[in-house]
Design a protein around this ligand. Structure first.
Ligand SMILES: Nc1nc2c([nH]c(=O)n2[C@H]2C[C@H](O)[C@@H](COP(=O)(O)OP(=O)(O)OP(=O)(O)O)O2)c(=O)[nH]1
Length: 140
């Protein structure tokens, strides 16, 4: 049987002054639970991936973001439940307060150290790319 394609968009939220990136730990009861990820979710009909990233961050963190350039390329990863096509954008928060809905915790960490966390398997190439990026120089 051919697996379904799940198109996902997410946000690599950065603090450009401090050079930090936000990682969220998926709630344990969700698919791919317990892994670290970029806040985001499935692209809905009629949405651009950028709109999805913004909407999902509002839903998951109750925070507003400005969406910027794409981080690396769209990655494709085959899980047992389907094939995830993941597009991630750099983003910045317009205010600093948020609450956790879909995540058990979040962490702000230096871009060079993101590889220390146990990321969802699909994210591997993006984490390599992020670790090489000077987030202070990302242009919005
Ligand atoms: N948001 C996000 N999802 C990721 C990442 N890496 C990765 O493999 N995924 C997978 C996990 C899920 O199978 C899928 C995202 O779907 P989701 O379940 O979070 O999406 P959603 O919020 O729209 O859906 P739902 O839980 O309401 O059903 O992509 C990532 O970095 N960020």
């Amino acid at each position: 049987m051919t697996k379904k394609i799940i198109r996902v968009a997410a946000a690599a939220i950065i603090d450009q002054e401090k050079g930090l990136v936000l990682a969220g730990k998926r709630n344990a009861d969700r698919l791919v639970g317990g892994y670290w990820e970029f806040p985001g979710g499935k692209i809905e009909k009629g949405e651009t991936p950028q709109q999805t990233a913004k909407r999902e961050v509002e839903e998951e963190l109750n925070a507003e973001i400005v969406v910027g350039p794409q981080l690396g390329k769209t990655v494709r990863y085959e899980y047992d439940f389907g094939i995830v096509e993941l597009t991630v954008f750099f983003a910045k928060m317009t205010a600093h307060d948020f609450k956790l809905v879909a995540h058990s915790k979040i962490e702000w960490l230096p871009a060079a150290q993101v590889g220390k966390l146990n990321w969802a398997p699909a994210d591997a190439p993006l984490i390599v790319e992020l670790a090489k990026t000077d987030v202070k120089k990302v242009e919005f």
